[in-house]
Design a protein around this ligand. Sequence first.
Ligand SMILES: Cc1ncc(COP(=O)(O)O)c(C=O)c1O
Length: 442
Amino acid sequence: MPTAAPIPNDLESYWLPFTPNRAFKQAPRLFARAKDMHYFTPEGHAVLDGTAGLWCSNAGHCRDPIVAAVARQAEELDYSPAFQFAHPKAFELASRIAALAPGDLNRVFFCNSGSEAVDTALKIALAYHNVRGEGARTRLIGRERGYHGVGFGGISVGGIVANRRMFGTLLTGVDHLPSTYSREHQAFTKGEPGWGAHLADELERIVALHDASTIAAVIVEPMAGSTGVLPPPKGYLQKLRTICDRHGILLIFDEVITGFGRLGCAFAAERYGVTPDMIVFAKGVTSGAVPMAGVIARDGIYTAFMRGPEHVIELFHGYTYSAHPLACAAGLAALDLYREERLFERAKALETKWADAAMALQDLPGVLDIRTVGLTAGIDLASRAGSPGLRAYEAMKHAFAEEGLLVRVTGDTIALSPPLIVSEAQIGEIFDKVTRVINAVD
Ligand SMILES: Cc1ncc(COP(=O)(O)O)c(C=O)c1O
């Protein structure tokens, strides 16, 4: 049985991220430990993890092989300088990740968070054109309702106004594709909707407006996760690839959520048969156990930089903790677990069952749409008059306090993305609990 953990007596010093601090501190939601599919509060109450933490603990929590690998690594080599020196596990993990990525996506640059990795990919795109003598390609194209973390680059290409409006003008020379979501045309679709591929043609309009010679890259999440699980319309990503190729524009997939099995493949690029020029990854690479992220670039991008005198740094970019030994150890152990337990295949095998269970909620009060793809689901609730976001916020609190279920909410959408070890019975349990929650916040 879980043991009780102390509740902190100073709640004021910690400024929580993306959290209403005052409300939180009046009724804190704390986790003291976790195992497999569950968190445990300091009082010892079990909370079923419907969201893999924050879309990251794909192998479940505190898995013994990852715990052991991190502990061993902490004793053996705690830190190794990331610049001008390296350690063996960094190379080993890079090759393991490259082997999972499609095509010639073989070169891995390590970062510590999705936000850093997004900014890294954008910088590589700009620098790549620069070293090839196309330095006028500085424009970056994102998408409405895209989330690419909170660095200045990420919020500039991102399409969430709340993440931007307090912070000034940000990067200039950014444009946005329209969101691929339309409730009118797509409501209650399992998997990729049939409507919306034509929205990729908006890229042609943007190219015509700015001229291809000014555009460096397009960045999209294959499935937009943070704005409520928006699977790509059938054929949309393929079209983006074709248009980017036509105009020499780099295509970046932000797979921070979709990477490492979430959609039933190592990467969404594989699911959709589209090879981007760079993949941004984070979260699942260590199953959330140690912060790690990175960018996988195609061979041609890496080799474009390998010029000039050999003692000169080719890319003036990097982080003190790039390829941190503890993160590499966790990453290798997580990849082993994914392989040994066939967790990506498992996500694929469970997809229909998951989608059916989610869609069964469509007649509950206030449910406006349900979307699913891989082991993800987004459930849109009708907003309370004058208070957007309140109903889902209440749902999240109710789920935690009354149902012992962790859900994620964004706006008035409940988002679900359990660890890939979720059992069929637990899928039933998650949606039974969500059903009661939705009824409770009617
Ligand atoms: C698609 C995507 N990109 C980037 C990020 C940012 O990652 P991080 O919070 O690790 O900086 C996230 C986080 O959820 C994400 O979903």
